[in-house]
Design a protein. Structure first.
Length: 749
């Protein structure tokens, strides 16, 4: 059994509140989930408990002043299951857990093979004109029933002791009835094939074991996204201390340490390059297909792959604070949590097993009353017990959620809240912030108006030389434009900033000033001259910077620069896809209405709300919800957090503020507009799989139980159908792995 302990704090004892994730062994169906949840919920101090059959985990929120991990494990064990907390921090521990899982699967596979080898000869008279003596049937069936099938008796006994029922109890009762009746017939002298049912009991056990083995194998595939992400983290890091390189476990690296990264190695920590230059492949974490150039001052992400150069990186985030750890945690929390529809399924499953037992008893009684005889009554009752096992019902939703969240994570969409995954398929309004969401969030130089008989390149070169030392976004836009044109700006002298207005200094002996219209007026530039230059601009809503030269004869304008925050590439296509899905985009921004309308016109948005405070955005979303709309909010800043929380679904841009990402139910790893409709698409695909799985799970039971009760379904075929139902819902969920983001990874499938 894999063992995992996840806490929100390093210690659970003494903390004001804690969360723990435990691996739970021995669960076989949806009713087991309900039993474990009830056992945990009855513990003092437990605030909430969620148990997931597909991941075989229990996520518990509790008060550590009242209870702790030991008491929670004891409560699960008292309910008849296994539980064992064990923290897995390193890749070596994860690999060891994977090896235990592989060993367990191999051991279970041998048991399945033995069960099939012993049971298959018993089925020969069904297809060939042969007769197997009764005592031979007994010899073949007994080890299957009481050795290979012992797990059903143990789990069934624990269920009865806990005052509940589960799949194992149904299998144990049904197969025991067939075996014991056959044994009685054999001892009573009725040893011919027509009166013995050893093949029914043995084949049912063999098929159930086979189904559980296949189910376990296919369930492992649904967790592939988590394992792939964990594999990105190296075990060790080369830390430079006092000029000496020490190879240390990753857990020993501290924030502020400088680590050496050789060519071809994975970067072990989130940090900032302090020395060296290289290109880094961040595609597995950000989706960026091209290597990103890294030089001193550039940020790097732990788990990315260094290219051809040597880097030294100062760690800024290690352990749980690193981006990779946060991504893994988000995906795990989404896979552990439950969709609203699953809670309904759990309530149905809680009463399902007792109802099935009553139906089986009723079937037996009715056949006896109608004169069908003991043998026919027993066969029909056993078939009811076998076909009714609710394995598929318990796996239908969590298997789809695991596969869906895993596929979304690979595409750069992190589902933090499963309820958001379900609700996202019902959206009618998509509210979007402007800056950093629809636009790139940084100004880009759009136009240069050259004055005083200078060409554009000369004006730009002088301005870039003056601004080379400035960190202002508009200054960086000028410097970036100069670099794109291959211009080499001269260094500035006597540089000084004029707060709120601009900068002044000397470039190549020329005394220059660059800044706002207000600064130009203070230098003596006439309003008429400013207006005449401004009239030549193509974009009246751009941010303006004026370049002037101070000469002994006076001040003259050299040029005017217009910078604008451009809309992101792909925004128009992304919003068009939303409209095709019946979702109307709204623009909510704190900017003035003129700028908002200009941006909306480029993006193709007709619903605009401008001049908004953070609380105003939340109010608008609440109003839309009150009118019956299902609303999602997309944002990236601190000011978007109230709106993200107020929406039915909050979607945060991964490059945005941490508070926005913590508030949102869905986080986009990279700032790609195509991921917005893709998140909705992932939600719809996942919900479709949930519905398909629930349909097939219910169909197996709803159709199978009446057939079995009327004597139209042999126990052997009932066992095969039950095993097939579990495998089919998990296999159907795994089809989600084929899903890709349209426009990013080659289309959706």
């Amino acid at each position: 059994m894999n063992q995992t302990l996840t806490l929100t704090r390093p210690e659970i004892d003494g903390a004001p509140g804690a969360e723990i994730t435990l691996d739970v062994g021995g669960m076989t169906c949806a009713s087991c989930v309900g039993r474990v949840e009830k056992a945990l919920a009855r513990q003092p101090g437990v605030r909430e408990a969620e148990v997931n059959l597909a991941t075989e985990t229990a996520h518990v929120r509790f008060d550590p002043a009242v209870t702790g991990a030991t008491a929670l494990v004891a409560a699960i064990e008292a309910a008849g299951y296994e539980a064992s907390p064990h923290q897995r921090d390193s890749a070596a521990e994860i690999a060891a857990a994977e090896e235990r899982e592989r060993t367990g699967l191999a051991r279970e596979g041998w048991r399945v093979a033995m069960a099939l080898a012993l049971a298959l000869p018993l089925t020969l008279p069904m297809v060939l004109p042969v007769t197997i003596p009764g005592w031979v049937q007994l010899v073949l069936a007994t080890p299957v029933q009481f050795w290979l099938g012992l797990r059903f008796y143990i789990a069934g006994y624990k269920a009865v002791r806990a005052g509940a029922g589960n799949m194992d109890l149904l299998v144990a009762i049904g197969t025991s009835a067939a075996y014991l009746y056959s044994l009685w017939l054999l001892l009573d002298g009725h040893g011919d094939m027509g009166h013995l049912y050893f093949e029914a009991s043995s084949v049912v056990i063999a098929l159930v074991l086979l189904g559980k083995w296949l189910e376990r194998r296919t369930k492992r595939a649904t967790g592939a996204a988590i394992r792939a992400l964990m594999d990105l983290r190296p075990d060790t890091a080369r830390v430079i201390r006092d000029g000496v390189v020490h190879e240390l476990p990753l857990s020993a690296v501290r924030s502020g340490d400088v680590v050496a990264v050789r060519p071809g190695e994975r970067v072990p920590v989130d940090g900032e390059v302090t020395a060296g230059a290289s290109s880094v492949d961040e595609s597995l974490l950000t989706g960026e297909s091209r290597p990103v150039v890294k030089e001193p001052g550039a940020p790097v992400i732990g788990g990315s792959i260094n290219g051809e150069g040597y880097l030294e990186v100062r760690a800024t985030a290690v352990g749980d604070a690193a981006m990779l750890a946060r991504i893994v945690r988000m995906v795990e929390e989404a896979q552990i949590s439950k969709a609203p529809v699953q809670r309904l399924v759990d309530r149905v499953s809680a009463i399902f097993v007792p109802v099935v037992l009553l139906i089986a008893l009723g079937t037996f009684a009715i056949w006896m009353i109608l004169g069908g005889g003991f043998e026919q009554a027993m066969v029909a009752a056993v078939s009811v017990l076998v076909i009714a096992c609710p394995c598929a019902l318990g796996l239908a939703t969590p298997a789809a959620i695991m596969a869906g969240t895993g596929a979304a994570a690979r595409a750069g969409i992190l589902i933090r809240d499963v309820a958001a995954l379900e609700i996202a398929s019902e959206l009618s309004v998509m509210a979007l912030d402007k800056t950093g969401t629809i636009t790139e969030g940084r100004p880009v130089l759009d136009q240069i108006v050259s004055l005083a008989d200078l060409d554009d390149d000369e004006v730009l070169r002088l301005a870039a030389g003056l601004q080379a030392r400035s960190e202002h976004p508009l200054a960086q836009a000028i410097v970036a434009a100069s670099e794109r044109r291959g211009l080499v700006p001269a260094g500035s002298e006597d540089f000084r900033a004029v707060p709120g207005k601009g900068v002044r200094g000397r470039v190549e002996g020329r005394k220059l000033a660059l800044g706002s219209e207000r600064l130009m007026r203070e230098l003596g530039i006439a309003d008429e001259e400013l207006s005449k230059a401004q009239a030549r601009l193509a974009d009246p809503f751009a941010s303006l910077m004026w370049l002037a030269e101070e000469e002994p004869a006076g001040v003259r304008l050299l040029g005017l620069f217009a910078a604008a925050d451009r809309i992101r590439a792909g925004v128009t296509d992304a919003l068009a896809r939303l409209r095709q899905d019946g979702i109307e985009p709204w623009l909510l921004t704190g900017d003035n209405e003129a700028i908002a309308r200009a941006v909306a016109a480029q993006a193709g948005i007709t619903h605009i709300e401008a001049n908004l405070l953070p609380g105003d955005k939340a109010d608008i979303i609440q109003r839309l919800r009150a009118e019956g709309a299902r609303v999602a909010m997309v944002g990236d800043g601190v000011n978007d957090a109230p709106a993200l929380a107020a929406a039915d679904v909050g979607i945060a841009i991964g490059a945005g503020a941490d508070v926005a990402k913590e508030t949102a139910g869905i986080v986009l790893v990279r700032s790609d507009p195509a991921l917005i409709p893709a998140a909705i698409e992932a939600s719809r695909f996942t919900r479709r799989k949930i519905r398909q799985n629930l349909f097939w799970a219910f169909i197996y039971n709803c159709a199978g139980i009446p057939l079995a009760a009327f004597g139209l379904l042999d126990p052997v075929f009932a066992g095969a159908a039950m095993a097939l139902s579990s495998v089919s819902v998990v296999a159907n969920a795994l089809l989600l792995s084929r899903w890709k983001v349209a426009g990013v990874e080659g289309g959706a499938s």
